[in-house]
Design a protein around this ligand. Structure first.
Ligand code: C5P
Length: 236
């Protein structure tokens, strides 16, 4: 019943990993490749959606028919996602967004000192919090249009819980419509071609597990779930 649910929809996908510059030659970054976000964009386009792909530092071929907005930092990603979301039916936050950025950007390259007695000194880099872009999208709901909002979570499982209970807690905290919990660690890490994911929705205890499978197969499963949400009248 949900085949074709994406046709004519505007979907926004964020992908890749943000970089937070320290000086003209250095940044704080992460290992996200952007592969999952690009696969999501490609599958959505093949299902007839208009796709805006907000791509943070991803060196990947752009899928046919996808509009790309390149960004570098979390603040740029926030701006691009917000602008694109104004008329969107679905937003998928697959990007790995830096939680922190350096408080100050140095216009000139940071140098080591050669002053006598200070040869071992090193700078302290102070960090500040970046906005939680997904939380901002959820908080803006109800002001006009209300897109379906999909979050991602990379979980390894730890002493405080297994992957599924951590993901369920994150879904409750984030209040998005679908959470894609990526099981990471062992052979399943950022940049790899195969993923193992669990798809969770707030109104159901059911969990759909996909994989280990290609990021295209994962993308198809995500859009199937989103298609169901759209077909049943959206999130609220
Ligand atoms: O809390 P955690 O960072 O694990 O949440 C991951 C989800 O939140 C992803 O969908 C990610 O794109 C999004 N996120 C965000 N803004 C941040 C950090 C994460 O939108 N500053």
């Amino acid at each position: 019943p949900t085949a074709g649910a994406l046709a004519g929809c505007h979907v926004v996908v964020s992908a890749g990993g943000t970089r937070e510059p320290l000086d003209p030659v250095r940044f704080l970054g992460n290992r996200s490749s952007g592969k999952q976000g690009f696969a999501l964009a490609q599958v959505a386009a093949s299902r007839g959606a208009r796709v805006t792909l907000v791509a943070a530092n991803a060196e990947l071929p752009v899928p046919d028919g996808v509009d790309v907005v390149p960004v570098e930092t979390a603040l740029e990603l926030q701006e691009a996602v917000r602008t694109a979301t104004a008329d969107a039916d679905v937003v998928v936050m697959a990007a790995a967004v830096a939680d922190f950025r350096p408080r100050e950007y140095q216009d000139a390259k940071i140098k080591k000192t050669h002053a006598p007695g200070q040869e071992d000194s090193a700078p302290t880099i102070e960090l500040v919090r970046n906005p939680d872009i997904l939380a901002g999208l959820v908080a803006d709901r109800g002001q006009g249009r209300s897109p379906v909002i999909v979050g991602f979570a990379a979980e390894t499982g730890d002493a405080s819980g297994d992957v599924l209970s951590l993901a369920r807690a994150k879904l409750v905290r984030k209040r998005c419509d679908l959470l894609v919990a990526n099981q990471v660690g062992r052979d399943l890490t950022f940049g790899k071609d195969d993923s193992l994911v669990h798809l969770l929705r707030p109104e159901s205890e059911e969990v759909r597990t996909v994989g280990p499978a290609s990021k295209t197969v994962v993308a198809e499963a995500v859009w199937d779930e989103v298609g169901e949400l759209l077909a049943t009248g959206g999130p609220v």
